[in-house]
Design a protein around this ligand. Structure first.
Ligand code: UT7
Length: 330
């Protein structure tokens, strides 16, 4: 193992779904209002993919953009990792469809990560370890979710929150000291009930009864998840910085999971990183789960917010409860 190897992000891309669902649209569907949604979440509108588009289609668009920025072709990929809990089908992996749709014919291992909103960070961590150990040179890490197809549009607790989208990155082995400095990943399996899609698996295989009971929709204990998110994300941010000998002053950009603007401001206050450094997309995309970090990163990169040598802090938390961080030198 060459200890000088780091995994450098050389390309980013995204899929921005064309459909727009505003808070005012939702007012006509459930007992909610624009003011509540804005003040409690920071969301103004969220994106919805057309019905003939699949999760793998969104991922493919995002990955194409990332490959183009990276100057790499599909067959340069040694691995495709897809963070998603809203796959095309339960079997096979969405990443396998992406491999075919992107035109990679090199049989590179392609698989999904089920870590909900932390899926992109978990994917980065896996990619980083394969690259650092020399088992792979160039890896695609994607976060993609089609959450609007798993949402109960009669449940105001959840249907105002989520949106569709994809973000992708291409990582490659580097020896200049830039790239992923660390990843830290965690799961607290005692909190599985906070955020779940209960039906459709071995516990409640799909049946007329599970559909009637709405078990195929996402459910969340929002208030409890909120508390866990603020605590765990703040601690994860502090651990990432101290592990690498940095302080909050050193951070250039925070690409955090976009679940709730109030979570982000609480983390900002606790960790003492001003909100101006946070790449914010929740207002326009809603919560896109594993896609939110790579979408925010892509907007920051293409918007000229990320400079050479900038320190980028990524933090995410979601169902599992799984959470983690990645600290990247750009
Ligand atoms: O991405 C994965 C991780 N997810 C998260 O980190 C999300 C964490 N949780 C949250 O973001 C927030 O808890 C929510 C946005 C989900 C909810 O906000 P909240 O301030 O925690 O609201 P709440 O659940 O405590 O509900 C407060 C009130 C309730 O009414 P009562 O009981 O006080 O009369 C709810 O029924 O707000 C009501 N409410 C709504 N009102 C209007 C809940 N949803 C809505 C709504 N519109 N959409």
């Amino acid at each position: 193992m060459n200890s000088n190897i780091t995994s450098r992000i050389i390309g980013t891309g995204k899929y921005k779904a064309p459909g727009v669902l505003t808070n005012h649209d939702l007012e006509k569907m459930v007992d909610t209002n624009d003011q509540w949604i804005r003040e409690r979440t920071g969301i103004i509108e969220r994106r919805i993919a057309p019905s003939d588009i699949l999760t793998s289609d969104m991922a493919t668009v995002a990955l194409k953009e990332a490959l183009e920025m990276a100057g790499k072709s599909p067959n340069d990929l040694d691995m495709i990792i897809c963070g998603t809990v809203t796959p095309d089908v339960p079997l096979p992996a969405t990443a396998a469809f992406v491999q075919k749709k992107i035109g990679a014919s090199n049989m590179c291992p392609s698989f999904d990560i089920s870590a909900a909103c932390a899926g992109f960070i978990f994917g980065l961590s896996i990619a980083d370890n394969f690259i650092k150990t020399g088992k792979a040179k160039t890896v695609a890490v994607i976060g993609v979710e089609m959450l609007t197809r798993f949402m109960n549009f009669e449940d105001r607790n959840t249907c105002v929150l989520f949106g569709d989208g994809a973000g992708a990155t291409v990582l490659t082995a580097d020896t200049t000291g830039k790239g992923i400095l660390s990843t830290h990943t965690y799961t607290d399996g005692s909190l599985t009930g906070l955020l779940e899609i209960p039906g459709g698996g071995s516990k409640y295989p799909p049946s007329a009864q599970t559909i009637a009971n709405k078990l195929h929709y996402i459910t969340m204990e929002g208030r409890e998840t909120f508390k866990v998110a603020v605590k765990n994300l703040s601690e994860a941010a502090e651990t990432a910085l101290s592990f690498n000998g940095y302080t909050s002053d050193d951070v250039g950009v925070v690409a955090a999971h976009q679940a709730n603007m109030r979570i982000l401001t609480s983390v900002s206050n606790r960790v003492k990183i001003p909100m101006e450094k946070f790449a914010i997309t929740i207002d326009r995309y809603g919560n896109t789960s594993s896609a939110s970090i790579p979408i925010s990163l892509d907007e920051a990169v293409r918007g000229g917010r990320v400079n050479d040598d900038d320190l980028i802090l990524m933090i995410a938390l979601g169902g599992g409860i799984s959470w983690g961080s990645a600290l990247v030198k750009w």
